[in-house]
Design a protein around this ligand. Structure first.
Ligand SMILES: Nc1ncnc2c1ncn2[C@@H]1O[C@H](COP(=O)(O)OP(=O)(O)OP(=O)(O)O)[C@@H](O)[C@H]1O
Ligand SMILES: [Mg+2]
Length: 496
């Protein structure tokens, strides 16, 4: 690993009110997998945008194979062999998977006509590298978020880049998809491709990366061989303090039953029944496509109205849309923040207030109260921003997720449905969110936590239901729960 293929020297970049990068220098060697680690807002995405020609830095240089380079556009960087999978996915929804993978370079027949057959075949082979087998003619907008993420990865891999940059590529993938990705990344790294890998999941970094660079507040804090560091040191470098307890001690308050779900049926769900009590965290787990995500949506009135019965506080309720749901004291934190959770061009304050207005059906909140509320959530969840009037779209990915969460916590719901509540959130902020959930439960809130993070379920949920192919295949108490039990039920294995 002697040959330095990419070098960023002394990069600084500011946005209004934020020094996103300050004198950042990073080297990347041939065949190296370099992890970039740091809290939400530390500057990771900004750095890779500089490295790939999206932003021109205020100061500093980028060298490729030792030669000074100035990219004037992402296309420039791409042509120089740098492929990026961005954190916020950037596909063309109206185009097919094949068109998205091939970008503008469509294969043509000898007559100069686009060779659709060949194009689809190429797309198929690009996907098969990740063991994906989707129809290349499917429109991107009809794909699940995990599929979109994989297609973007397949696209980056397809172009045989010399440098591959992945910004939180596994945030929507399941364990099997992550396995396939890692196998492939390890293979191409051995063939000499260099990789910059961003993730908040430390175990991924230990498994995959050779070296890790830690950013904090836009500065490089450390650059260490992965073999020479450990969880604790990385967290300390990242957050600036020790986090000994990521998870609070759960003291479930098994209060009165607040929610009863009886024989829920939709196209994807088959006879789902469960109860949730006040003060309880009820976990739901399933592999992608198992229908587990549909449960949250069905309860909140998104999409098809389910058959079956839903009772809140013992009373049968009809939830036809999200307005009904909100009126019944339900809140839903979606997994896809960019499309479901936020108005990106609005301020933090106005995003936090959207749900508030819907619940209280009034416009009588003083500007002062709004500001106080917004400021208190910014503090409570340590949202990194120059101020509460900042546009949400300019926040880092993890900080946007915190805004979605605060918006729903603020309405003080009776039942909170969380879909991947800590996706893309750094360890320090995760600890903060778990502590808040624990406290709200102690005050009587009922939480339904739908997550693909098994450690999160094991540590936080009081009971966990597992779903496979639309049916319940397991229900575990805190004493019974384990990773093995959850996985066995999730794949529908007969267990007991
Ligand atoms: N286009 C922009 N306009 C204004 N501020 C921005 C813009 N992009 C990023 N920032 C700010 O720069 C800082 C660094 O953001 P960046 O997205 O690089 O963080 P990150 O390390 O990728 O965080 P995360 O883990 O949450 O994705 C943040 O304070 C963010 O609000
Ligand atoms: Mg980011």
């Amino acid at each position: 690993m002697s040959n330095c293929v990419f070098q960023a020297k002394n990069i600084s970049m500011s946005f209004p009110g934020v020094k996103a990068l300050q004198h950042v220098s990073v080297d990347l060697y041939t065949g190296e997998i370099l992890a970039l680690l740091g809290e939400n807002g530390a500057g990771k995405s900004t750095f890779i945008k500089v490295a790939s020609g999206v932003y021109t830095p205020d100061e500093g240089e980028v060298y490729l194979q030792g030669a000074l380079t100035a990219f004037s556009s992402p296309r420039d960087a791409f042509d120089a062999g740098i492929a990026v999978v961005h954190q916020e996915l950037n596909s063309f929804p109206e185009l097919t998977i094949a068109e998205n993978i091939m970008l503008s370079d469509h294969p043509r027949t000898r007559l100069g006509i686009i060779d659709w057959k060949r194009m689809n075949a190429l797309a198929r082979s690009a996907m098969s590298r990740l063991d994906m087998h989707l129809d290349p003619e499917k429109k991107m907008k009809d794909c699940l978020i995990a599929e979109k993420q994989q297609i973007e990865i397949a696209r980056a891999l397809f172009w045989n880049a010399k440098i591959l940059i992945l910004d939180e590529p596994t945030s929507s993938l399941n364990d099997i998809e992550i396995r396939n990705l890692f196998t492939y990344l390890q293979k191409i790294s051995k063939m000499g491709v260099s990789i910059i890998y961003i993730s908040h999941k430390l175990e991924e970094i230990f498994e995959l990366a050779h070296r890790v660079v830690v950013l904090r507040d836009g500065e490089v804090i450390a650059s260490t061989a992965v073999a020479e560091t450990d969880n604790r040191s990385l967290i300390k470098q990242m957050v600036g303090r020790d986090i000994s307890d990521l998870y609070p001690k759960r003291t479930p308050l098994f209060g009165r039953t607040i929610l009863e779900v009886r024989h829920l049926h939709t196209e994807q769900l088959d006879d789902i029944s469960f109860d949730v009590r006040r003060g309880e965290i009820f976990g739901i787990y399933g592999l992608m496509g198992s229908g587990h995500l549909e449960i949250g949506k069905a309860l909140f009135g998104y999409g098809e109205i389910p058959e079956g019965e839903i009772l809140i506080d013992g009373e049968p309720v009809q939830i036809r849309n999200s307005h009904d749901a909100v009126q019944r004291g339900l809140a839903y934190v979606p997994g896809e923040r960019k499309t479901e959770g936020l108005v990106l061009s609005h301020s933090i304050t106005s995003n936090m207030m959207i749900a508030h207005y819907e619940v209280h059906n009034s416009l009588l909140i003083s500007a002062r109260t709004e500001q106080d509320t917004a400021n208190s959530w910014v503090d409570a969840l340590s949202i990194k921003t120059p101020g509460i009037s900042t546009e949400v779209g300019t926040l880092s990915g993890g900080n946007q997720q915190k805004v979605v969460l605060s918006k729903w916590l603020d309405v003080n719901p009776g039942i909170l449905i969380l879909n991947e509540p800590t996706r893309g959130i750094d360890v320090g902020a995760k600890a903060g969110i778990y502590a808040i959930l624990n406290k709200l439960c102690a005050e009587g809130l009922a939480i339904i936590m739908i997550t693909s993070e098994i450690p999160e379920l094991v540590a936080m949920s009081d009971r966990t239901m597992v779903v496979c192919e639309g049916r319940q295949t397991g229900l575990f108490t805190k004493e019974e729960i384990s990773e093995v039990h959850i996985m066995a039920s999730a794949i529908g294995a007969d267990y007991e």
